[in-house]
Design a binder for this molecule. Structure first.
Ligand code: ADP
Length: 235
């Protein structure tokens, strides 16, 4: 745990991208604490810095300055190799376009993170765990199909099962329903809700205000800064 008991703590996180005209700051000093078991929705317009923030938190990219603590780990202080291993064990990430490997079956996609960190025994045990996770997200019967043989909503369920593969302390989802119809979107939020009920901590980037209302807390980002925390104020 970091100093105030929060699972995640960001201190003055800034991120500059090098541009021909000079540095462009996509994050301009983010301070944020997230407690274990929170379901935090991150709202904001396109270009506000939401994906950049998720990428900092998950170690996909590094901050230019500031501190990011997840549990007792200082993400910004790790080497590239350390970050990859840390992410594999501690963070599950869900993307808008699923990012499943097309030549692997659904079950094999879910086994990949286990293979990567060498957890959960051998191939037989890993497959068993993958099938269990696919059952958990409601698509066990598609385990041995390729992603191209299932619907978008089903692909996202596979991606969520993959994100849960190593029982991460944090699940981060970047517009996970951005490419799904409204019924599948509702189902996906039910699934996130039940994962939170089971004690997972979830950070979810979304454009959907109604669905964000189902999170336990909301933060709004504009122009690289947190401009609002707490309840969403509907116009
Ligand atoms: P959001 O997820 O809220 O749409 P992003 O975090 O993707 O916003 O982007 C925030 C800002 O940073 C945008 O102005 C975007 O153009 C810029 N940006 C994002 N990634 C890069 C990059 N790799 N290089 C340069 N600028 C970037």
């Amino acid at each position: 745990m970091s100093e105030n008991g929060a699972l995640i703590r960001l201190k003055d996180v800034r991120k500059a991208y090098k541009m021909p005209a000079g540095d462009f700051y996509a994050l301009k000093g983010i301070d944020l604490a997230v407690q274990t078991g929170e379901f935090l929705a991150v709202l904001g317009k396109s270009g506000a810095g939401k994906s950049t923030l998720i990428n900092m938190l998950t170690g996909i990219d590094r901050p230019t300055s500031g501190e990011i603590w997840v549990g007792k780990d200082a993400v910004q202080a790790m080497s590239e190799d350390q970050i990859a291993a840390w992410r594999g064990r501690n963070v599950g990430v869900v993307f808008q376009f699923f990012q499943l490997l097309p030549m692997l079956t659904c079950a094999q996609n879910v086994m990949m993170p286990m293979d990567f960190v060498g957890l959960y025994g051998g191939p037989r045990e890993r497959r068993e765990r993958a099938l269990h996770l696919l059952e958990r997200v409601g698509i066990a019967e598609h385990a041995d199909k390729l992603p191209s043989a299932v619907s978008g909503g089903q692909r996202q369920r596979v991606a969520i099962a993959r994100a849960l593969a190593n029982d991460p302390i944090l699940l981060a989802a970047d517009e996970p329903t951005g490419n799904l119809d409204s019924r599948t979107t509702r189902e996906m939020f039910d699934l996130f809700g039940s994962l939170v009920d089971e004690g997972k901590t979830i950070l979810l980037v979304t454009h959907d205000r109604d669905l964000a209302g189902r999170a336990t807390r909301r933060v709004r980002i504009a122009d690289g800064r947190i401009v609002e925390t707490g309840a969403v104020h509907h116009a």
